[in-house]
Design a protein around this ligand. Structure first.
Ligand code: AMP
Ligand code: MG
Length: 313
């Protein structure tokens, strides 16, 4: 398959309307989209990414009206979050409408819905004239793509089109909140922080997986965000043995020498840079990446989550 590169959201949307799959930029990471109501097109996403079939997809809408096509009910808490945040890097899990094919939600009776903040993403979605399911546009397990070149690296020849936008603004995936019960549960942390959500619905909690419980967000159990290199989390006091092929990313300059080093001025910049840095390390043949841990508040919670998962990979 030849992958077409374009800067035109209308041209990219044309592929979606014809049953194809298209990578497009959002404010979080690049997504790989298909028409949610077209089972064959949705199946192509799982194939192109080599994504496990039990990992549900997030449906993206270009306007609030389209949410009704996807959800059986917009629960009162979801309504509050929509009014407070949408469009935003925030995914709300709602009871699924019967029209949505089960392949899109990995057989779940719920669906994750998000309206992206990125203007280019929303323009593309409007031209698609349908909600678009889109996981991150990377090969399953690899770091999420934060620029179109990373999408090209993973998926050239496997998808119909890449909509070329800027590098993404945030760099980490959306916050996912289950709104199907009275207590909203954060299934995945992201740029919209727990603190911000609690200002709107004070009962909101972080979801903790209990033993023997069926996991609510199947995607969480899969290996994620992993560069080829080994990822080791450290703090400012950690001792690092001086070896070859080592890299460092963090907020404070370490005293040791590294082949690749990225010092970030803020936690936001760290979040923005981390996946691109992982890919750079892979290109350079780095064997070990040391990542400085950060305070687990605001986007620092989401960053810590991604770093932990990468270090378990
Ligand atoms: P990705 O788009 O690749 O970042 O992955 C989507 C994430 O959202 C995964 O962690 C999924 O488990 C989660 N997700 C999507 N839809 C649902 C849903 N209906 N219920 C729970 N989690 C979901
Ligand atoms: Mg992903």
């Amino acid at each position: 398959m030849k992958t077409i590169l374009t800067k035109s959201p209308t041209k990219a949307a044309e592929f979606i309307r014809r049953g194809g799959i298209v990578a497009f930029p959002t404010e979080t990471v690049y997504g790989l989209g298909a028409n949610v109501f077209d089972e064959k097109a949705v199946a192509k996403i799982f194939e192109a990414k080599m994504r496990p079939a039990d990992n549900p997809l997030i449906a993206h809408v270009g306007n609030l009206e389209q949410i009704k096509l996807l959800a059986r009910e917009i629960t009162p808490n979801a309504q509050k979050f929509i009014e407070a945040f949408f469009p935003a890097p925030l995914t709300l899990v709602l009871p699924k409408s019967e029209n949505v094919p089960l392949i899109a939600t990995a057989n779940l009776d719920t669906i994750g819905v998000r309206m992206p903040q990125s203007d280019l993403a929303r323009e593309f979605l409007r031209h698609c004239e349908t909600p678009v399911v889109a996981p991150s546009a990377n090969l399953s397990g690899k770091p999420s793509p934060t620029d179109w070149q990373a999408v090209f690296e993973d998926l050239n020849g496997r998808i119909d089109c890449i909509l070329q936008g800027e590098a993404t603004e945030i760099g980490l995936e959306s916050t996912v909140v289950d709104c199907t019960s009275d207590v909203p549960l954060v299934l995945r942390s992201g740029a919209i922080s727990l603190e911000e959500l609690q200002k709107i619905v004070p009962e909101t909690q972080l979801y903790q997986v209990k033993e023997n419980e069926i996991i609510r967000s199947p995607g969480l159990k899969h290996r994620h965000y992993s560069p080829k290199a080994r990822v080791i989390l450290i703090n400012r006091k950690s001792q690092i043995a001086n070896r070859k092929s080592q890299a460092f990313i963090g907020l404070n300059k370490p005293k040791e020498k590294f082949e690749l080093i990225k010092i970030c001025a803020s936690v936001e910049e760290y979040a923005h840079e981390v996946f691109a840095f992982f890919r750079r390390c892979d290109h350079a043949g780095i064997e070990t990446i040391y990542c400085e841990i950060v305070e687990e508040k605001g986007i620092g919670l989401a960053l810590t989550d991604r770093l932990r998962r990468a270090s378990e990979g």
